[in-house]
Design a protein around this ligand. Structure first.
Ligand SMILES: N[C@@H](CCC(=O)N[C@@H](CS)C(=O)NCC(=O)O)C(=O)O
Length: 219
């Protein structure tokens, strides 16, 4: 079976799939596209015109959470809790992380103070909720590393780009999130889940968008 991931170099949703693939040592090919100028062949196969898309031989899978569950299921399924309720709750938190990723993007790319603060406040409240949900670790579900960990890791990666001084994680009030984020970012599969030029590309996108937080750091 051949697995071929269609990616955009700074997309955190694709990064989730790459982390899962690398965590499980699954062979795959990757093709990067420019989302500002998507090729016709991509628009043809991607129902929402979004990445990630995973080609499984000639079949098409989309949606990062679905792709990750599939990758896990064909390789033993140990990245999901066995208990149906625990598994359902894990899926819900993965969805929560997706919502946070949207808010983080809006915050980083906000042009003005007002919008920046609106998304920042939202994210801080969401992060506080995650803090309450976390136990003693080391992972989201305790001892078992799961797809919730691969889903949140890109959020921490993006939070740490450029303006780590402006991270939404407050170590004083969110010590569990802080420790979990550090643990995730130190994993080889997370470190190697983005291209070398990731930070430069992300910064360039912030600059192009007239990012308030970037300008604030430069000031
Ligand atoms: N719910 C989707 C979100 C994927 C997504 O938003 N991808 C962005 C890039 S990070 C995209 O392809 N955007 C293109 C567009 O919206 O036209 C998933 O989890 O896979």
């Amino acid at each position: 079976m051949s697995l071929h991931l269609i990616s955009f170099k700074t997309c955190p949703f694709v990064q989730r799939a790459v982390i899962t693939l690398k965590h499980k040592n699954i062979d795959f090919d990757i093709t990067y596209i420019d989302l500002a100028n998507p090729p016709d062949w991509f628009l043809e196969i991607s129902p929402l015109a979004k990445v990630p898309v995973l080609k499984v031989d000639d079949e098409i899978l989309f949606e990062s959470a679905v792709i990750n569950e599939y990758l896990d299921e064909i390789t033993g399924g140990e990245l999901q809790p066995r208990d149906p309720l625990a598994r359902a709750k894990n899926r819900a938190w993965i969805e929560f992380a997706s919502n946070m990723l949207g808010n983080l993007y809006m915050m980083k790319m906000s042009k003005d103070h007002e919008r920046y603060n609106k998304y920042r406040d939202l994210l801080v409240r969401q992060m506080q909720r995650v803090e309450k949900r976390l136990g003693d670790g080391p992972w989201f579900n305790g001892e078992q590393f799961t797809l919730a960990d691969t889903a949140f890791a890109p959020l921490f990666k993006q939070d740490s780009v450029a303006d780590s001084k402006l991270s939404v994680i407050d170590p004083a009030t969110m010590p569990k999130v802080q420790a979990w984020a550090e643990r995730l970012l130190a994993l080889p599969e997370v470190r190697d889940s983005v291209v070398d030029e990731f930070e430069d590309l992300y910064l360039a996108a912030m600059e192009k968008n007239g990012s308030y937080s970037l300008n604030r750091l430069a000031a």
